[in-house]
Design a protein around this ligand. Structure first.
Ligand SMILES: Nc1ncnc2c1ncn2[C@@H]1O[C@H](COP(=O)(O)OP(=O)(O)O)[C@@H](O)[C@H]1O
Ligand SMILES: Cc1ncsc1CCOP(=O)(O)O
Ligand SMILES: [Mg+2]
Length: 262
């Protein structure tokens, strides 16, 4: 088993409790994806308990997909708690460039030094203050266009930035990697990117965030490739994808990962 396989094995043996403050669209599929992969998700977002719960969680993910003021407060308070406790936390800046409100909350979350930022190309560019296109939650820019923005964000936060798309790009400002796993049906199912952010959170527990992120992306993309075999479209793909996350062994991942380090 290589390092990538070992990262999956470590995540499954740890079965980490991951708190997710995510969006209404993602909640169910994200929890199912995380359970199938071997993690323990909890969707906890009420302001009255979110930061307290962060004290119990081994990782936190924050997703601004269906943002509202009470949730934004909970996000900021949980991120502060995670930062203070040294708990890894992952930012998913859904459609961050679309409105002033999202840009404002995105910038305040960025100041709390996310361990990993995972988004599509338009989101990473917008978060970095670059000219981004974006189409709601979907990208209108290519991964290659977001590489500079990703590196700038990584240097600014001291964390890892992952830009996903047909070939994913991961950087910590020094180390860079490309992950070529994935399938074109993946962006045809809503909230798969959000679900991936949960998987990244689970992989970061007890592991180097750059290596963990690369392994999580390869795992997710390879499951997409396996799921696409023999399905008729996005509906059957979604079901097959959850099964592929569940059945993939660390040895399968070691064989199928297409990672280039730069
Ligand atoms: N055209 C594509 N071909 C292969 N894999 C893709 C493609 N587009 C996205 N993916 C994969 O889908 C997953 C979600 O990424 P993405 O669609 O970029 O996120 P989001 O849903 O947040 O926009 C990632 O694993 C990514 O590698
Ligand atoms: C469609 C939509 N609208 C607000 S959040 C959301 C889900 C976005 O999910 P993803 O970024 O994984 O495609
Ligand atoms: Mg997304």
């Amino acid at each position: 088993m290589d390092d990538t396989g070992q990262h999956l094995d470590h995540m499954r043996r740890t079965a980490p409790l991951v708190q997710n403050i995510t969006n209404y669209v993602a909640m169910n599929i994200m929890a199912n994806v995380m359970l199938a992969a071997g993690a323990s998700p909890a969707m906890v977002h009420a302001r009255e308990e979110a930061a307290e719960f962060t004290g119990l969680a081994q990782a936190l993910t924050i997703n601004i997909g269906t943002l509202s003021p009470a949730w934004a407060d909970a996000m900021l308070e949980s991120a502060v708690a995670a930062q203070a406790q040294g708990t890894p936390w992952i930012l998913d800046p859904v459609a961050v460039g679309a409105t002033g409100y999202r840009r404002d909350i995105g910038a305040r979350l960025l100041d709390l030094a996310p361990t990993v930022i995972r988004g599509n190309a338009s989101e990473i560019m917008a978060l970095a203050g670059a000219d981004a296109s974006g189409k709601g939650a979907d990208t209108a820019d290519a991964v290659s266009q977001a590489q500079e923005a990703a590196s700038a964000l990584a240097r600014r936060t001291g964390g890892v930035v992952a830009v996903t798309g047909p070939v994913d790009f991961v950087t910590d400002g020094t180390r860079n990697a490309e992950v070529a796993n994935g399938h074109a049906l993946m962006p045809r199912v809503t909230a798969l990117g959000c679900s991936l952010t949960g998987i990244v959170g689970a992989f970061t527990v007890g592991q180097d965030p750059f290596e963990a992120t690369v392994a999580a992306l390869a795992f997710f993309g390879l499951a997409g490739e396996q799921a696409a075999e023999g399905v008729r479209g996005p509906g059957t793909f979604q079901v097959a994808f959850i099964d592929a996350l569940y059945t993939m062994t660390p040895e399968d991942l070691a064989r199928g990962a297409r990672i280039t380090l730069a």
